[in-house]
Design a protein around this ligand. Structure first.
Ligand SMILES: [Zn+2]
Length: 275
């Protein structure tokens, strides 16, 4: 057991470094946790930079958040982590960060729910936005509760993103996928259109989840009514007929107004980072 605990502490340290180096957090932002057996959690402490953690900083708590071991106090977002573990017995690990492009969507109130990338559809389905809640309070777990049963990743309005998985790396990679997807979505919207994948193709991708062994918490609901309640399934915006659909220019969610200079700078930066 001890060697397992040490291995998990080392994994949290490694993931913390990646989260920080990739700019998904600044300063002491973000938090990471993992289940230890059936009744305990290993968690990052509050008020440390995730890029410079050491294994001895980690806390062990019970499933109610009572500290059992560690010199430091557990993460200020512990309540959100506890709620995820309560709602999702299948989840082994939770990652919370503020990746800038995804968080930009969370600030703009634009969910990542368009059927545009096959791999995102098979892994995450859709990425909804949990309503704004004051960080570190019990409001945040309440906001997350509505979506966590059906989603492995979500945006947190005016705050950041949350991902979960069957182990630490699975949860972390979903955070990478969300940020990458947000970046690609931003570039497509700057370029002026997104060709959506058809509903029929989305249904085919849903079938591929079994082939890939992807255990999604809920099925994808492909619809052209993206306002549908995403609490029970993964709602994606996909047209019912195959073919190209342009983002309507009168769609307030899809429209971003920029000056020519801002647009050129963004495209340049996006092309550089996607190279
Ligand atoms: Zn946060």
């Amino acid at each position: 057991m001890d060697s397992q605990v040490e291995a998990l502490k080392a994994e949290i340290v490694a993931i913390g470094r990646r989260v920080y180096e990739r700019g998904y957090v600044a300063s002491n932002d973000g938090n990471i946790s993992v289940r230890l057996g059936s009744d305990r959690l290993l968690m990052t402490p509050k008020s440390v930079c995730k890029g410079f953690m050491t294994p001895d900083m980690m806390c062990i708590t019970d499933l109610d958040g009572k500290k059992l071991q560690g010199d430091r106090d557990p993460s200020s977002e512990m309540l959100m982590h506890l709620e995820v573990y309560r709602q999702r017995p299948d989840v082994q690990a939770v990652v919370h960060a503020h990746p800038p492009t995804a968080t930009g969507f969370a600030v703009a109130g634009i969910p990542l729910n368009r059927a545009v990338l096959a791999e995102v559809l098979t892994t995450l389905g859709s990425i909804p936005i949990a309503e704004y809640a004051t960080p570190s309070t019990k409001e945040l777990p309440e906001a997350v509760r509505r979506y966590i049963k059906a989603h492995d990743g979500m945006l947190l309005a005016n705050h950041g993103a949350l991902t979960v998985g069957a182990d630490l790396y699975a949860a972390y990679y979903k955070m990478e996928t969300i940020e990458h997807f947000a970046h690609i979505s931003l570039v497509a919207r700057i370029l002026g259109r997104e060709n959506l994948i058809s509903r029929e193709e989305v249904e085919r991708l849903q079938g591929l989840r079994d082939t890939y062994g992807i255990k999604a918490p809920a099925p994808i609901c492909a619809t052209d009514e993206p306002s549908r309640d995403p609490a029970g399934c993964q709602v994606v915006d996909a047209p019912s007929r195959a073919g190209v659909r342009l983002v309507p220019s009168d769609n307030p969610d899809g429209e971003i107004r920029l000056t020519y200079r801002e647009l050129s700078a963004l495209i340049e930066e996006a092309v550089r980072s996607l190279r």
